[in-house]
Each structure stands twice: as C-alpha cells, then as structure tokens.
Design a protein around this ligand. Structure first.
Ligand code: ADP
Length: 594
C-alpha cells in the first residue's frame, strides 16, 4: 500500500514536470492572443500618458489630431516576419515590434487586412493604409512613403529543386525563369540589376516556392527566413537553398508621406527598443524556426520526461518482479511442504494397505490353521471319550484314556487362550498401559517363576544386565513385557536339555534390547524366517514330546510390536538359540529416571 502511495506521488511530480515542459508554447500563444483583438491592434497607453518618450510640440499636436486609428496593413504572406495565423491574428517579427512600439509611444493602431502585398502597396499609394510594419526603402516607394530608421536587415536566397547540385548565384541564372513576389523589394532589385533573367512575378513567396517545387519555375528569390518557414510549414521537401545573393535589405516602417511627424515619433520609439528586446523577438521567430528540434528545450524536456517515466516504469516492474518472486518462492515452499506431507501420507497409506493385505492373508491362514489345530485335540477327546463310553475297559486303560482326554482338553484350552490373546492384541483390544518399570526387579520376578523348573532339569538361569543400573526404569506395559519374557523363557526351558539359560537386557543407543538365550537344541535354519508365524513348529521327535501350540512366539511378536519394538532370533542347531527384542522408548528418556 505504502509503495502505491509513493508511486502515485512520483507520477504526480512527473505530470507536473510534463505540464511545465509543454506549457511554454501555450503561454506564448495566449500572449500573442492579447496582442491584437481581431483586426484591431489596440494600444494600451494614450499619447499623453507616456512618460518615457520626449515629444516635440509638433508631434504632440499630431498625436492629438491623428492618433485614433492608424491603419497598419501587414503582409499576409511574409512569415515569419509578418502574417496572419490560423485564428486570423497578426503575428511575427513585425507584430512584436509594433506591439513594443505601441507601448513605448502610445500610438493607437488598427490592423487592416489585404489579400496580397500588391494590394497593400496600391492602398498605401492611395493613403488607405497609413503604415507598413516591414518595408524596404526603395526609390519607387519613397514617392508615397517615408521610412523610419531600419529595425533589421533581410537577405535574399535562391531556392531551387533539390536535384540542382552546383552552388548558384544570380549570375548563373541568365535566361532562366526566376519567381519573385510582386512589388517585393527583391523584384525591384532583380529587375534593375539582372535584366537577362526571366522574371516570373507571383503574388507571394509561397506561390513561387510551389512553382519551383512543381518544376514550373527554375528558382525563387525570397528571404532566408520566409523560404525556410514555408518549406517547413508546407512540407515542401524537394527544394533547397542553392545559393545566397548579395541582396541585403534593411527593413523599416513605411509611413504615408504626409505624416512626417509619425516617422519621428516612431523613430523615437525604435530608439527605445533595447538590444535584448530585439534579440528576444528574433530568437522567438527566426531562431525558433531554424533551430533543429533536438536543440530545443522541449526536446530535452521530453528526453528527461521519457527517462523519468522509463526509470519509474523499470522501478515498478523490478518491484513487482521482486514481489512476485517472493510470492512464487513462498508458494513453492508451501507446495513442497504439502507435497512432502502428501508423499508421507501416501507412504503411510501404502504401508497400511500392504499391512491390511498381509493381515488379511494371515487371518485367512490363521483361521485355516485354527480349524486344523483345534480339530486335532478335539478328535482325541472325541475318540478317547467314545472308547471310555464303550465300557469294556480295564481300570488301567480307562484311566489312561481319561488322562488323554484331559491332556487334549488342556491343549485345546491352551490353544483357545493363545488365540484369544493374539486376537485381542491384533484388534488392539489390549492397549499398552505405560508405567515406570524398574528393569532389575522386573527381570528377577520373571526368573523367580522359572527357577524351580530349571533346577529340576539341572539348568542354571543367569541374569545379564551389562550396562543397566539398578535404578534404571523404562516406561512400558509391564504385563505385556513379562508375557513376552515368559513365552521366551518357557520355550528356552522346554527346548534345553542341559547347560544354562541367560536372560537380560542392555542399552543400545536410545533403545533397550532384551534377550533370552539358551544352550538348547536350536532351530534349523529353514525355520528362522517363519518361526514367529502362527502354528509353526519344528518337526522332530524331541520337540513333539515337548508339546506346545505353535502360538507362543506369535503372541510374543505381536506384543513386541504393540510396544513399538522388533523381535528376532539367532540360533544354531544343537548349540542354542538367542531371542532378542527391542522396545520403543523416546530417546531413552526413561533411563536412570529414579
Ligand atoms: P510352541 O508352543 O510349540 O513352543 P512356540 O511358538 O513358542 O510354540 O514355538 C514355535 C516353535 O519354535 C517350537 O515348536 C519350537 O520348535 C521352536 N522353538 C521355540 N523356542 C525355541 C528354543 N528356545 N529352542 C529351540 N526351539 C525353539
């Protein structure tokens, strides 16, 4: 938001700069507009109001009599010296001079408009025109006009088509057709000094330029500024200045001959025009026209403005780019996190799917096995019960068969209990109930249970707790943990004929690992991978005598998994087996908790 406000301020400043750079010509036009009012060119001061000009009595009297509507006839086609603009207002060097003179002398001047210079000359001869702002003093004109001192000079140049390659002077144009405006001073000079040139009189310089452009005339003789003004203004591009002439003519104000007092008043006014004022007028009209665009202040203002706008745009683009990059970065990060999350969820789902499929497979296998395993003791019960029922048995036989029925019944109960236990763990009916369990005493409790049976078999039970202190506790479910150790201990006792049984645990990293090792008959290698699956029993005579359901290790594995750990076995036939299992403990935080 702050950035937007800053941008708005900068844009506002730029717009103000733009306005300032373009406002100059607008002001200039309005100043020009104030100069004349339609065809009237009103003076702001009355003759007796001016204080800066010293007039003779004669001049003052003249002013009183004639200073009402001094008729000034500007040449309509003499730009930039004088002309009427598109609004019909009198403009140019002459107009600016006359404006200054009015201020300095208090003359009241009225603009009268004629169609051509020739008409103006005609009207001047008849005294319908009182003054001409810009006129060359010639002998012919002196018959009906007086002239003030000169304001400035103009030089004539020769304009030809651009395909004329050599530099030309008037001497080169003998027998050629040269256009020149009727009654202009150039006409008088040309006709008197170059009689061999075919003069083509035209109403004004523009007509002459057009004729040369269309090939109707060989050259046109006109003043430098007028030619360049028209060529530029009218877009005549096939013309060029082929050469200069030595026609340098001073221009003055022409005044009707019977008003010599006005000449002296104007001369006093001209004397008061400063060099700076003259320069300003010439700069405004001549320099303005001829100066190439790239040299103008407007051009440089435009360059500056463009530069500022471009800089601002680039800054805005860079800023937006920076913000977008930031947004893309954070969006990418968020997407990446979401992607990771989805990948994790997907992996979990896949694992769950595999587990579900596996569990489904196991459940089916389990059920198939259950029916088989249950049928065996049930068949025994049924068979022996039927024999007993027949009644034709000795007391010894009956007691033997009855004993078989009881053993089969016990096995059945054992199987059903184990199945129920496994199912409860699987279905998460039994959930770990965590409590602080002191390791030493818990192991001693387990050992106590088996001590007597071990002694009867002549086996030693050893406890190994290499890096476990008597104060160490773990947070786990003590019932489940004891159940696991009991199953492993009972197997060790069952399958060990001599030697010893070791029980213990040790810290490994942040984990605790329990083990039960024996020096028993061992497990053949081909059973190692499947020994934890339900109803898997190694088939050899020694073991069959030991009995069992084939569910003890299955239950132990399910309980270890419920406590977040893993179980494995190392075994060598006739040498012994070692069962290891870990428990999940958060960074061993339970170690030495007391
Ligand atoms: P069972 O009730 O048959 O002992 P278990 O699931 O506990 O069922 O054990 C599966 C089989 O693994 C046993 O039948 C036995 O052959 C073998 N077994 C288990 N523990 C040991 C051991 N410590 N030494 C040798 N064999 C073992």
């Amino acid at each position: 938001m702050k950035v937007l406000v800053k941008c708005a301020i900068v844009v506002k400043i730029l717009l103000m700069l733009a306005f300032l750079s373009f406002s100059e010509p607008i002001l200039a036009v309005s100043a020009l507009g104030n100069l004349s009012n339609g065809l009237f060119f009103e003076a702001r001061l009355d003759a007796d109001q001016h204080t800066h000009i010293h007039l003779t009595e004669l001049e003052k009297n003249w002013l009183k009599r004639f200073n009402k509507e001094i008729k000034l006839a500007p040449d309509p086609y003499f730009p930039p010296y004088e002309f009427f603009d598109s609004e019909g207002e009198y403009c140019g060097i002459g107009a600016d001079y006359m404006k200054l003179l009015q201020k300095k002398t208090g003359l009241r001047i009225r603009i009268v408009r004629y169609k051509s210079w020739a008409e103006i000359i005609g009207a001047a001869k008849n005294k319908e025109v009182d003054i001409i702002a810009l006129a060359a003093s010639t002998a012919q004109r002196s018959e009906y006009l007086n002239f003030t001192q000169s304001h400035f000079s103009i030089r004539a140049v020769l304009i030809t088509r651009s395909n004329v390659t050599s530099k030309l002077s008037l001497d080169d144009l003998k027998g050629m057709r040269v256009s020149v405006a009727k009654d202009y001073v150039w006409y008088d000079l040309l006709s008197s000094k170059y009689p061999d040139i075919l003069i083509d009189t035209v109403p004004d310089a523009l007509t002459g330029l057009r004729k040369v452009s269309f090939g109707l005339s060989d050259a046109v003789l006109a003043s430098t500024a007028v030619s360049s003004y028209y060529m530029k203004q009218e877009g005549i591009s096939n013309l060029k200045v082929a050469g200069e002439t030595n026609f340098l003519v001073p221009l003055s104000i022409g005044v009707r001959r019977d008003w010599p007092e006005l000449v002296s008043i104007l001369n006093k006014g001209i004397a008061l025009i400063t060099e700076a004022e003259k320069e300003e007028i010439l700069n405004k009209w001549i320099f303005h026209i001829e100066r190439p665009f790239y040299q103008t202040g407007k051009f440089w203002n435009l360059v500056l403005l463009t530069f500022l706008v471009m800089t601002l745009l680039i800054a805005i683009i860079l800023f937006i780019n920076y913000r977008l990059k930031g947004m893309v970065r954070s969006k990418t990060l968020a997407l990446r996190e979401e992607q990771n999350h989805l990948t994790n969820t997907n992996q979990k789902l896949q694992r769950a799917l595999i587990k579900a499929a596996e569990s489904d497979r196991l459940t089916k296998a389990f059920l198939a096995n259950i029916s088989h395993e249950i049928r065996t003791p049930m068949n025994s019960i049924m068979g022996f019960s039927q024999i007993i029922e027949m009644g034709d048995l000795s007391a010894v036989d009956r007691s033997y068969y009855a004993g078989q029925v009881v053993r089969s019944g016990q096995q059945l109960v054992e199987i059903i209990n184990s199945i129920v236990d496994i199912s409860k763990v699987d279905a998460e009916f039994i959930k770990p109930h965590l409590e602080n369990v002191p390791i030493h005493s818990m192991i001693e409790d387990v050992v106590d249970l088996y001590q007597q049976r071990a002694e009867q078999k002549g086996l030693k039970i050893m406890i190994h707790l290499p890096n476990v202190s008597v104060f160490d506790v773990i947070e786990t479910d003590v019932v489940m943990l004891k159940q696991i150790l009991n199953n492993l201990m009972s197997n060790a006792l069952k399958y060990t004929l001599s030697g010893k049984i070791s029980i213990g645990c040790q810290w490994t990293g942040g984990m605790i690992e329990f083990f039960v090792a024996d020096t028993g008959i061992g497990i053949p290698q081909e059973y190692i991978d499947s020994i934890f699956e339900p109803f898997v029993q190694v088939e050899d005579n020694g073991r069959l005598q030991a009995g069992g359901t084939g569910l003890g290790l299955t239950l132990a594995k399910r309980l270890v998994q419920a406590l977040g750990g893993e179980i494995r076995v190392d075994s060598s036939l006739h040498q012994g087996s070692t069962f290891y299992f870990t428990l999940s403990l958060e960074n061993g935080k339970n170690r030495s908790a007391i």
